[in-house]
Design a protein around this ligand. Structure first.
Ligand code: HEM
Length: 311
């Protein structure tokens, strides 16, 4: 590019900057002066590397505990990105094309969590894990609130109630009724004795009000309901919904359950989980029966929750 053209381009850029600040009622010179004095940004500052690397704090001397903490943190970051996409899907008026793109992103993130789960199933010493995990009771991944927020963005609460729960629901259930019977309460609430486990009590104390507030805000406006109302006929979109539903509600849970079995039931010992749930039954998708977009499964043969396939 000639010098003249370059100057011209630069002048236009400066003019655009000046216009931008004048429009805001600000003095452009102050901002240009600031730009002149500002230090260049570094990777480590922008990504907050030091903060990020200071967050892994093992409670024991077992080397693999840091693997356990780190991988949970990776999962939470990925869930944050998924919720970031979901908020746009739910609150912004996206075109069908944009929505398809975002559904693809959700499945890609979920696939990332599924394929990387071997960091847990194969990446820790069996003995070490089974020793250091005892210091973590009653904490459990069960208490990951982002998993529940994600569900609430995706689908109305009625789709998070399994067949047993549906039988218990009163007529015209309120949001509170739905939360009383939601599938995840089965991990810590014994409906016969009325006893509640610490894992659930602490979790609900901390988050139930926020879950309820979000569910109220999204009444009739969850992703499932919005898409249903728009009545998209695009088969590609339907396929994207199926893929995500299947990955998040069947594949990930089965991968996670397989890992739990690897550590807690390797020799048929059925060890107690840190959260104390009847985990083998509770964690199986056929018990939970979560389904974000039920109508997209109507035209395919559903064999069961484990072998759910598109035909
Ligand atoms: C060695 C690795 C792991 C084992 C053995 C394991 C085991 C378990 C068990 C037994 C439960 C049932 C609740 C309880 O009684 O504690 C549970 C729940 C859960 N765990 Fe893990 N877990 C592992 C890793 C992870 C990771 C990396 C995550 C990611 C954040 C995670 C997320 C969850 C979630 C979301 C639940 C609740 C599932 C649901 O309600 O459907 N777990 N886990």
């Amino acid at each position: 590019m000639s010098n003249f053209l370059e100057m011209n381009k630069r002048e236009k850029l400066i003019e655009a900057i000046v216009n931008k600040y004048e429009k805001m009622g600000e003095n452009p010179d102050t901002y240009l002066e600031g730009l002149l004095q500002a230090k260049p940004i570094n990777y480590w500052d922008y990504i907050e590397v030091d903060t990020l690397l200071s967050l892994q704090k093992p409670r024991t001397d077992f080397k693999d505990e840091v693997v356990f903490i780190g991988y949970h943190q990776v999962t939470e970051l990925v869930l944050k990105l998924m919720i970031h996409e979901l908020k746009q899907l739910v609150f912004d008026s996206l075109s069908e094309e944009e929505a398809i793109e975002k559904m693809g992103r959700l499945t890609r993130y979920t696939d990332m969590l599924i394929t990387s789960f071997s960091v847990m199933s194969e990446g820790m010493s069996y003995e070490d894990y089974n020793t250091f995990r005892m210091t973590l009771a009653p904490a459990s991944g069960f208490q990951s609130a982002q998993f529940r927020f994600l569900e609430i963005y995706c689908t109305p609460l009625k789709n998070l109630i399994n067949e047993e729960g549906k039988k218990r629901l009163p007529k015209n259930p309120s949001i509170e009724d739905y939360f009383n019977h939601i599938y995840w309460r089965d991990a810590g609430f014994d409906r016969e004795t009325g006893k509640m486990k610490k894992i659930l009590e602490l979790f609900e104390d901390k988050y139930l009000a926020s879950f309820t507030a979000l569910a109220k805000k999204l009444e009739g406006k969850t992703l499932c309901e919005q898409i249903r109302q728009k009545d998209y006929q695009n088969e590609q979109f339907i396929e994207k919904l199926r893929e995500f539903d299947y990955a998040f509600n069947v594949k990930w849970p089965l991968t996670h359950l397989h890992t739990a079995k690897t550590y807690l039931d390797k020799k048929g010992e059925n060890k107690a989980a840190t959260g104390g749930s009847e985990w083998k039954k509770y964690l199986h998708p056929k018990h939970q029966q979560r389904c974000f977009f039920p109508w997209v499964w109507q035209e395919v043969s559903i064999i069961d929750w484990e072998t759910r396939t598109v035909s």
